[in-house]
Design a protein around this ligand. Structure first.
Ligand code: ADP
Ligand code: MG
Length: 723
């Protein structure tokens, strides 16, 4: 077996020096990627992994043993003592259970071992992961199985190095219990469908890849202040807090100069990410104070999703070293922007053509229009499913709030392409209705890539050579929406190809005409989802209603789409989910929603009782003592007017706070008695959550009245300043 004695060059710890090392010097050094595999594995092993990754071929036992040996050697030379199957169960974080390579063979002797069996499959005690009722405790077994299309890597934490093997997670009875298994199915499905359609234009195309670039928004707060806010610690967002005098009104934070402390953190986590092969490219300040963004170079979708999950972990771990906390919640602060995860998505053929990139020739442009219009139709037909795929308690605060994409699914195509679609639909030539020259397929400008207008208010925007799904929540696992998007597009492309094939059977049929006619029909039936105006405006809400587009504001309602006839048919027919799996996933999402609100309600109760009311009462007592002593020394009543007004005002808010807090507790108790997951989530949504806002009104009013010295909680103006 080939190998090398190369050790991982340890990262320079002294501040500053590492920034001078080119990233290429350490990029991917902790990854068992193509370069490392070439050194540690035989040619046959490389081929087996490639076949498994690309075509799903299985790897036999002997070969698995060989691969495991090479992987182990590579990992141990780099200091790894343990290995783990790394997977993404149906909750927010990744899961890992470490086993050592070490095996004792006598009471004073042992060896390091790693078999093909251990690489390929594990059986973690899985009874504590969400299964939505699939896995009864008496059949609690779950399996993790190696995903050879995502390379293994070494995570270094607290001086421990662990070999992580990306895996899927399925139940004993075969149902998926994670995000990765159905994502792989959906991606294989859309690849096949896209290939069949791309072959209409170029018979050399044998395969396609789905590309994804995930822009990640986040907030940073000081760790010490974070620890003084129970709401941030346990709910990930502030449940109370008055807006600071200066928020984002001046829009002076966006693309502003990055504060030193933040830059040091970014630099540090980027180094860790680069070592893990996560191709981060971009970093900048976002719109809200204390809000930032990072973005990688796009990758194959499965890898991009793994990398994003890993990145969130890395960011959290590195922030600790800098006395900072990363807030990945969709809406950590009221009154300023929330955070999303923009999913830049496209399909690229194995001949290197991005099918969503308008080309220079008419033929290329017909291919572009084919994929462009099929995507539009897919989104139109399954808009509610897409909405459901991004539904969460956190994202509900963001969608439809005045600075985030609305809960109405619509597509922004840009002026040029909207005109192209209109002309194409009307078979226009020469002049358009608006007097401008019409744009035909033959002259869609190549330059489009650079000049597409931007619309930040659209949930699903075309941006030159890709679609950008912007409504995804910042804490989400992107697989959830990628499963939906790739399945609906795959399904649409299959239907399109079937229509083309049928059309071509007619005598004298010309491919270009058949395709154009079908696409024209698609534009007609789905163009109402195209919208280029301001998605944040009330006018759009009205207009969307007129067009019959859904505007589903809350998660319990949005999730209904997962079990609609059209969704069940879509997923079951195409082999992505069984009905049982869909039911289980819906149940898990409803439960997660309820639990999040339940936790928020409890924290709010505590904060009101143990912090807000005591602070207000203490200050009120100070005022009352002051009034008494002033009157006592013979001051006139007029001299204590302000104090008396304040006392009355404080009483008013304390009473309202107390009352609403009790009402909220009662509503929670009532909701908790409901056994049906859907009804319970609805009760939390409609009865409990509105009281959060009422409580907040009084608490925030008190924050403005009460002496700073009495107020126990760090305020927005402190939290939002990271200098
Ligand atoms: P911004 O949206 O901030 O202007 P870009 O559009 O340049 O930035 O890139 C955003 C993300 O889109 C990056 O992750 C980039 O790699 C990704 N991206 C660019 N082209 C494609 C593509 N063809 N498919 C998928 N993602 C892409
Ligand atoms: Mg973008």
């Amino acid at each position: 077996m080939p190998g090398s004695n190369k050790t991982v060059p340890s990262r320079k710890k002294d501040n500053g020096s590492i920034a001078e090392t080119p990233i290429s010097a350490y990029f991917g050094e902790c990854v068992f990627g193509p370069e490392a595999m070439k050194q540690y594995l035989s040619k046959e092993a490389l081929k087996a992994i490639d076949d498994a990754a690309r075509f799903g071929k299985s790897i036999d036992r002997d070969m698995a043993d060989q691969i495991a040996l090479g992987m182990q050697q590579w990992a141990m030379e780099r200091g790894a003592t343990h290995y783990t199957h790394w997977f993404q169960p149906l909750r927010g974080t990744t899961a890992e259970k470490h086993d050592s390579f070490f095996e004792p063979i006598a009471s004073d002797r042992g060896v390091e071992r790693f078999s093909g069996k251990a690489l390929v499959q594990q059986e973690p005690d899985a009874s504590s992961f969400p299964s939505g009722g699939i896995r009864n405790t008496f059949e609690a077994r779950g399996y993790t199985a190696w995903d050879p299309s995502s390379p293994a890597f070494i995570i270094e934490k607290a001086g421990c190095k662990t070999l992580c093997i990306p895996t899927i997670f399925v139940s004993y009875t075969g149902e998926a219990l994670d995000y990765k298994a159905p994502l792989l199915k959906a991606v294989a499905f859309v690849r096949e469908a896209a290939t069949e359609v791309a072959q209409l234009f170029d018979s050399n195309v044998k395969d396609c890849n789905v590309s994804l670039g995930i822009e990640q928004e986040y907030f940073l707060v000081d760790a010490e202040l974070f620890q003084q806010r129970p709401d941030l610690m346990y709910a990930g967002r502030t449940l109370l807090g008055h807006s600071p005098a200066k928020g984002q009104q001046l829009e002076d934070h966006y693309f502003g100069s990055i504060p030193n402390r933040v830059l040091a953190f970014m630099n540090d986590f980027e180094i860790e990410a680069h070592r893990l092969g996560i191709p981060l490219k971009t970093r900048h300040n976002e719109v809200a104070p204390a809000q930032y963004e990072c973005a990688p170079q796009f990758e194959e979708v499965n890898l991009a999703v793994d990398h994003n999950s890993l990145l969130m972990d890395v960011m959290n771990a590195v922030a600790d070293r800098h006395g900072l906390k990363v807030l990945l919640h969709e809406k950590p602060f009221k009154g300023i922007n929330g955070s999303g995860k923009h999913n830049n998505w496209s399909i690229i053929t194995d001949t290197g053509v991005n099918v969503l990139s308008p080309g220079a020739t008419p033929e290329k442009n017909l291919q572009f229009l084919t994929f462009f219009i099929n995507t539009i139709k897919a989104v139109y037909d399954h808009a509610d499913l897409l909405r459901a795929s991004i539904a969460s308690a956190g994202n509900d605060h963001r969608l439809g709030a005045n600075e985030a994409p609305p809960a109405i699914m619509s597509i922004f195509a840009g002026d040029t392409l909207s005109n192209v679609l209109e002309d194409f639909e009307n078979k226009a030539s020469g002049k358009r209705q608006d007097g401008k020259k019409s744009i035909t397929i033959a002259n869609i400008p190549e330059i489009l890539l650079d000049n597409t207008d931007r619309n930040r208010t659209s949930p699903f925007a075309f941006t030159g050579n890709k679609f950008e799904f912007r409504a995804v929540g910042s804490s989400d696992n992107c697989a959830a929406n990628m499963i939906a998007l790739n399945t609906i597009v795959g399904n649409q492309l299959k239907a399109f190809r079937a229509e083309v094939d049928a059309g071509m059977k007619k005598k004298g049929a010309k491919l270009e005409n058949v395709i154009s006619d079908i696409l024209r029909g698609y534009i007609k039936s789905s163009k109402s989802i195209l919208f280029g105006g301001n998605g944040y405006s009330d006018a759009w809400v009205k207009e969307a209603k007129r067009r019959g587009l859904s505007n589903i504001k809350t998660t319990p309602h949005a999730l209904d789409a997962f079990l609609s006839d059209s969704t069940v048919d879509l997923f079951v027919k195409n082999g992505i989910f069984t009905r049982k799996e869909l039911e289980a996933r819906t149940e898990i999402r409803l439960e997660t929603y309820t639990l999040r609100l339940q936790i928020e309600g409890r924290i709010l109760n505590e904060m009101v009782q143990n912090s807000i009311i005591p602070s207000a009462v203490n200050y009120q007592k100070k005022l009352a003592d002051n009034v008494a002593s002033l009157l006592n020394i013979g001051q006139p009543k007029t001299s204590v007017k302000a104090q008396l007004d304040l006392i009355a005002e404080i009483s008013k808010h304390i009473n309202a706070l107390y009352e609403n807090n009790n009402r909220m507790t009662d509503e929670r108790a009532k909701a908790n008695k409901l056994s049906d997951a859907h009804k319970k989530a609805l009760a939390y949504c409609d009865k409990v959550k509105p009281l959060f806002d009422k409580i907040r009104e009084s608490a925030d009013a008190l924050e403005q009245l009460v002496d700073d010295n009495e107020w126990q909680l760090p305020k927005y103006r402190e939290l939002l300043y990271v200098g």
